[in-house]
Design a protein around this ligand. Structure first.
Ligand SMILES: Nc1ncnc2c1ncn2[C@@H]1O[C@H](COP(=O)(O)OP(=O)(O)O)[C@@H](O)[C@H]1O
Ligand SMILES: [Mg+2]
Length: 509
């Protein structure tokens, strides 16, 4: 190949969204035929930057060079013409079309549906052979596992002539095994001379598959190194801007009596589709039980049913030995059942209210906040200020509207509210989704302290590292059922991954 070493160069890319300075004079180069990692915490500006490269957003300033030549990219069509392809976090396939139909749609000015089908098939089969990337061309997209849908997206980009392929958080929806298959594919594409940009917030992925890595923090590039010359710890410190601890420090659990008991619980969603299919388990005092699984396997519905937000089809739930079926969320809270919902923007907070009101949401009728029919604003503000200082919520401003806090700070306030209510059982969905590594460390420590104080914690997370780090016992959910159980000591990412995929079923008693 006669082209230069640098496939893509970014020079001084700058972008603001109102008051948010999402990209600050970002410059770096991506070498041809390498896998280049782009890592940073949530909100660091990675997606914004890649969306600029792909022509979704115009940059306010800066230049893009492809193969050493300045290119003007004003739309995805321009990016595609420059040989840049992108696979999004949320796929852009037509769910009720077949794979082949989707690929035909993706071909710029290409084959029309009926006319070019045979030609299209032949072209796809050639690309599949070339890259060792097989997809079922005649299957309907919505019937395929997400790992395969993602391959279709990749194939679509390759078919459009992508030499540079951008993947934005591609593993968020994959099992560990699907992730390794994706990484194998990326290595193959690299070895054939393509250039891959892998956007992720996961240190492990950077270490596993990239050649070079660029670290972003608060919109700016703060480091750029060869992956072999760095470490997860060094990258984490760069991402956060200070020394952080990656391990959850905790001693062995000393479980006591069961505090939460769930028997044969079944839940259907609003459309009547069974989501939880007869699940039974217990969580004891002084233990953290983790529920592992790929998103969408019934974990969310399970938590919502226990919290009293949805009516189960059947089954029994009890807290400290008292049945709570038929009680509303408030009545369950009064019995000591606290819930930190995974979708906190929808259920955990009221974004338009000030922080002080959010800090007592669901507990506003407790003594102390009211005198007769009147609320006590000074008491409520003071209480919120104390929570903010205990939990390091920034800025510590009880009067500030909730929507003006970052996701991590909103989450800390929700955690403060629920944990300060002194629960017996705490249900937590995705405790650190959208939360910075620095705050994750803090939240994990608080959860372990709660366990050590003899509470029962039920944790649902799609982050296996989080489950492995926090849980004393792990239940694996797949297809609405608990398909296996492992103790923290025997659990590994590999074992959990196989169970999540429905392979390696283990006994669950
Ligand atoms: N379309 C938009 N409008 C306003 N703000 C945005 C928009 N897209 C991103 N942002 C903000 O820009 C910052 C960077 O976001 P993003 O690029 O998505 O980060 P990352 O992908 O690293 O998590 C965040 O503060 C985010 O809220
Ligand atoms: Mg992003």
């Amino acid at each position: 190949m006669n082209k230069g070493e640098t496939a893509l160069e970014l020079r001084g890319i700058d972008k603001r969204f109102g008051a948010v300075h999402a990209n600050r004079a970002v410059s770096f180069s991506v070498r041809r035929g390498t896998i280049h990692g782009l890592i940073g915490e949530n909100g660091a500006g990675k997606s914004t930057l890649m969306n600029i490269v792909y022509g979704f957003h115009p940059a306010d300033a800066g230049e893009l060079l492809v193969d050493g030549r300045a290119v003007a990219i004003r739309s995805p069509q321009d990016a595609i013409a420059a040989g840049i392809g992108m696979v999004h976090q949320h796929f852009m396939l037509v769910p009720n079309f077949t794979v082949l139909e989707n690929l035909i749609l993706g071909a710029e000015g290409g084959w029309r549906l009926a006319a070019g089908r045979a030609k299209a098939r032949a072209a796809m089969e050639r690309i599949e052979r070339e890259h060792g990337l097989s997809v079922p061309l005649d299957a309907v997209v919505e019937d395929l596992p997400v790992g395969i849908q993602q391959r279709v997206e990749i194939l679509k980009a390759l078919n459009r002539g992508a030499e540079i392929l951008i993947l934005d958080e591609p593993t968020a929806v994959l099992t560990p095994q699907e992730t390794s298959q994706l990484f194998e594919l990326l290595r193959r594409l690299r070895d054939q001379g393509r250039t891959i940009i892998l956007v992720t917030h996961k240190l492990k992925e950077i270490m596993a598959v990239t050649d070079n890595v660029t670290v972003m923090r608060q919109g700016a590039v703060v480091a750029g190194v060869a992956t072999a010359a760095t470490s997860p710890q060094a990258l984490a410190d760069e991402m956060v801007g200070r020394a952080v601890s990656l391990e959850v420090a905790k001693g062995p659990a000393a479980p006591g009596v069961p505090l939460l008991s769930v028997r044969d619980l079944a839940v259907r969603d609003r459309k009547g589709v069974p989501r939880v299919k007869g699940v039974s388990f217990e969580v004891r005092a002084g233990e953290i039980v983790g529920i592992a699984g790929v998103a969408g396997n019934g974990q969310s519905e399970l938590l919502e049913a226990i919290a009293g937000l949805v009516e189960p089809e059947r089954g029994e739930i009890s807290v400290s030995g008292r049945p709570v079926n038929g009680l509303d969320p408030r009545e369950r809270r009064a019995l000591g059942l606290a819930h930190i919902p995974e979708d906190r923007l929808r259920m955990g907070v009221v974004a338009a209210f000030p922080a002080r009101d959010n800090a007592i949401l669901g507990y506003h009728d407790r003594a102390g906040y009211n005198r007769g029919p009147f609320t006590r604003p000074a008491r409520i503000s003071g209480d919120c200020a104390r929570k903010m200082s205990d939990w390091d919520v920034r800025p510590p401003a009880p009067g500030l509207r909730m929507s003006l806090f970052s996701g991590g700070n909103q989450q800390k306030l929700v955690l403060a509210r629920e944990i300060d209510s002194n629960p017996v059982v705490l249900l937590i969905g995705q405790p650190t989704r959208g939360v910075d590594i620095g705050a994750i460390e803090f939240i994990h420590r608080r959860l372990v302290a709660l366990r050590d104080a003899g509470k029962a914690l039920l944790l649902v997370s799609v982050e296996l590292d989080e489950i492995l780090g926090l849980a004393d016992r792990i239940l694996v959910m797949a297809g609405g059922e608990i398909v296996g159980e492992l103790s923290a000591a025997e659990a590994s990412e590999e074992k959990l991954g196989l169970m999540m995929a429905g392979i390696g079923k283990a006994a669950h008693g």
